[in-house]
Design a protein around this ligand. Structure first.
Ligand SMILES: Cc1ncc(COP(=O)(O)O)c(C=O)c1O
Length: 373
């Protein structure tokens, strides 16, 4: 056994969750498609690790081992990011509890809070990602999204974790935009990580996935029970695709960050581009906290083109920018968030950098801006 340290990001991604090498077997075993499994007629379900597909699937377990290794906790995968977030909220919160949620985060979480949580007697406080956070005494769960989608503000996780712990509250961090290579909330003191694996984590725009990661046995048991009872599981093929895609996370993020950095430099000099945001830009209000707690910057940035028509002209003129929601994929995409009901101005664009060559992408975006007038 070599004593060389093999724990850098690229190495960790390539090896995460893989079983021990066995001659004649593949590196990543293929997806196991099963609803029921054969049972031992005498021992029943206790006699084997797999009894029924809703609770047990070896492909899913390998993916959970991989994400858990990267996040630094144990992991449960669910059928989408939204399934993971709502599953976490419903597992942890009870009528009479108070939860703090981001006022400027992913809009479906706010909709779930007002339409479902409030209806079962949970008190919901919406707080902007940058704060100020209220007195947390009596709060059961503080849930933050950092960097927040789509505004890209960040919150100091270490400081908030200390405040939550002192008040007896749990802290959950939505790590979708950063990914576990960009930030490790459990090491920063959070109790829970929750994320959409649909975005940069898997990065190929071909599946939906969510996960919860934690070092708390009780919370994970509650989430596992919730998943078993609601059936919010990813299928075996999606779990296998996700695991295969995870191996290139380090490479994909490296290019996405490089592209974001180059685009931000170009966009900063454009007179008709306002409100440019990227946590990796030294002039950005999020920069000081972002560089202190993040390991790398995301490939997502945002800016304002003034009005909806100008955004449409820009995207139409671009060869390398597709109009699409979601983010973190191989292809560069632009999303005008107001069309989904986000509280953003009509010309606000969230741009997600893909892995195209940086020179090509910058030239294409610059030409499309010129064409948009
Ligand atoms: C920050 C964040 N969290 C959660 C979600 C929900 O993820 P999914 O679409 O996989 O359900 C999204 C989706 O855009 C998101 O941006």
């Amino acid at each position: 056994m070599s004593d060389v340290t093999a724990d850098r990001d690229g190495t960790r991604c390539v090896r995460a969750g893989l079983p021990e090498a066995v001659p004649g077997e593949p590196f990543l075993p293929g997806p196991v498609f099963a609803a029921p499994y054969h049972l031992d007629p005498w021992a029943g379900p206790a006699g084997a690790p797999n009894g029924y597909g809703r609770s047990d699937n070896p492909t899913r377990r390998l993916l959970e081992a991989a994400i858990g290794e990267l996040e630094g906790g144990d992991c449960r995968v669910l059928s989408s990011g939204q399934a993971a977030i709502t599953g976490l909220l419903m597992s942890v919160l009870r009528p009479g509890d108070t939860v703090v949620l981001p006022a400027d985060g992913y809009f479906s979480v706010r909709a779930f809070a007002t339409e479902t949580l409030a209806g079962i007697g949970v008190r919901v406080l919406f707080v902007p990602t940058v704060g100020p956070y209220p007195d947390l005494s009596g709060v059961r769960l503080v849930f933050v999204e950092t960097p927040a989608n789509p505004g890209l503000d960040v919150v100091d996780v270490r400081a908030l974790a200390a405040r939550a712990r002192a008040a007896g509250a749990l802290l959950a961090v939505d790590n979708t935009t950063a990914t576990p290579l960009g930030q490790r909330p459990l090491e920063l003191g959070a109790d829970l990580v929750v994320a959409s694996g649909t975005k940069a984590l898997t990065g190929h725009s071909d599946l939906l996935l969510g996960y919860v990661a934690s070092r708390s046995v009780e919370v994970l048991a509650a989430v596992t029970g919730w998943r078993d009872h609601t059936g919010a599981i990813p299928g075996a093929f999606d779990a296998w695709l996700a695991h295969r895609s995870l191996a290139t996370l380090d490479l994909r993020l490296a290019r996405q960050t490089e592209n974001a950095s180059a685009l931000v430099r170009m966009l900063a000099g454009q007179p008709r581009v306002t409100g440019l945001r990227w946590p990796g830009r030294p002039e950005d209000p999020a920069y000081p906290v972002a560089v202190a707690q993040m390991r790398r910057m995301p490939g997502v940035l945002s800016f304002d083109l003034g009005d909806a028509d100008r955004v449409a002209r820009f995207v139409d003129a671009a060869r390398l920018v597709a109009a699409a929601t979601s983010f973190g994929g191989l292809h560069t995409t632009a999303d005008r968030r107001a069309q989904w009901g986000d509280d953003t101005s009509p010309g606000f664009v969230r741009l997600s950098c893909g892995v195209e060559d940086t020179t090509d992408l910058v030239a294409d975006v610059a030409a499309a801006l010129r064409a948009a007038g």
